[in-house]
Design a protein around this ligand. Structure first.
Ligand code: SAH
Length: 398
């Protein structure tokens, strides 16, 4: 497949994406094909996975020209083994972490999370949806880390974008007909732990993911500073709140999703913790609490991605500022704020500038104690900026 000079430059600078508009010829390949990529002068640039529906038409998997059989038969297994070895080296204090993270592990379109004895696999490109690639992935995962079962988690929106047939969350290994003990092995429930805090996971429960594993190290980091009364806004299943409960006198978690709060409640029970869970719109709750002059010693803000595109960045920054300003007003002297953004369109610099502006408006002095990102099992590749998406600033407010 031939690509424009601009796209070739992008690949040479270490990125792996080619946009549809940069494909000059060869765009008629089958969905999910393994293709050779070259610039307009015919110079080879490597091997890529093709999508005929995504705006990202090509995702480079190798800078060498490889046959499709080599990608399926060798490259995917090698990449998975490297990804697993990387986690073995760097991941500590948990039995739940991301084993493979798409482009960040040279496996564009494949996400695999480990939750104790279960694996949750997600496919986000046409190529990884093909049976040959699925087979190669499962063969490797079954060897190491040797799970009890592998489940597929489905993001219906992504499958629709990739024009893939709809699927439901399902067991993919062991296959029922091959294993006599399959029914037992296939129990979709397990318990995993992050830094000693226990969480329930149900691979077939319909929530998008089991946990936000990328925040794991940030939970532990915040716990070191947290104290007094704590408010966890956008708490989901209680990741921050449960860690805060080990350091604070009282903890309140707020989320607009009732199913998420139900699991948060079960997680609190599992850890014998008393936490107050409030189902509310966090924007409204912060507004009401700020007006009522409520004070907290520790506040967490971890909203969903507000900026889904570059165009929505200014609106997103206004949303972040509103939240942060209210939180700053509610923090007592010496209070701790953990403020996060998981949208890669909002840069670290934009996010810090937003916080500065909220600090100025609130008249508070904000000391940034730690600039943090995603946990180490979500690698940030220097040449692929989209892989550094999560920002978490831990601050002391006076
Ligand atoms: N802090 C969580 C992850 C948060 S994900 C963790 O570490 O596990 C974002 C959460 O925000 C989701 O649970 C979603 O239900 C919730 N949410 C989205 N919009 C909201 C709103 N306006 N008010 C409160 N919660 C909201």
């Amino acid at each position: 497949m031939t690509i424009s000079a601009r796209a070739a430059e992008r690949l040479r600078s270490g990125h792996v994406w080619v946009f549809k508009s940069d494909v000059v010829s060869g765009g008629g390949s089958p969905a999910g094909a393994v293709v050779d990529v070259a610039d307009e002068r015919g110079r080879p640039l490597g091997t890529a996975l093709y999508s005929n529906s995504s705006v990202i038409a090509l995702r480079l998997v190798s800078r060498e020209p490889l046959a499709a059989a080599e990608v399926v038969g060798r490259l995917v297994a090698e990449r998975l083994r490297a990804a697993i070895a990387y986690r073995e080296r760097l991941v500590r204090s948990t039995d739940a972490y991301r084993i493979a993270f798409s482009e960040a592990d040279g496996l564009p379109g494949l996400i695999v999370d480990r939750y104790n004895d279960l694996l949750a696999l997600q496919v986000t490109t046409q190529a990884f949806d093909r049976e040959e690639l699925r087979g190669a992935v499962v063969r490797e995962l079954v060897r190491v880390p040797g799970p009890r079962a592998i489940f597929e988690r489905v993001d219906a929106r992504i499958r629709a974008l990739e024009q893939l047939p709809p699927l439901h969350d399902r067991l993919i290994w062991p296959a029922a007909e091959r294993e006599t003990s399959a029914a037992e092995a296939a129990n979709p429930k397990t318990i995993f732990s992050l830094s000693g805090v226990r969480f329930r996971f149900d691979a077939l429960a319909g929530q998008k993911t089991g946990a936000f594993l990328d925040q794991r190290e940030n939970y532990a980091a915040l716990e070191r500073y947290a104290r007094g009364t704590a408010l966890d806004c956008f708490c989901y299943q209680g990741g921050f709140a449960l860690h805060l409960a080990r350091a604070c006198q009282s903890v309140t978690g707020v989320d607009s999703s009732r199913p998420a709060l139900e699991i948060a409640g079960q997680n609190a029970q599992l850890n014998s913790r008393e936490i107050e869970w409030i189902e509310a719109n966090a924007f409204d709750l912060l507004k009401d609490y700020a007006a009522a002059r409520r004070q907290y010693d520790t506040i967490v803000l971890d909203p969903p991605a507000f900026a889904k595109s570059r165009a929505s960045v200014p609106t997103a920054l206004r949303g972040y500022k509103e939240l942060n300003l209210r939180a700053l007003k509610m923090l007592g002297r010496g209070g701790i704020l953990a403020t996060c953004s998981c949208s890669h369109h909002v840069s670290e610099a934009d996010f810090v500038a937003m916080l500065a502006s909220a600090a100025a408006d609130s008249g508070r002095v904000v000391r940034v104690l730690e600039h943090r990102g995603a946990a180490l099992d979500h690698p940030a590749i220097a040449t692929i900026p989209e892989t550094s998406y999560l920002k978490c600033l831990i601050c002391c407010v006076s």
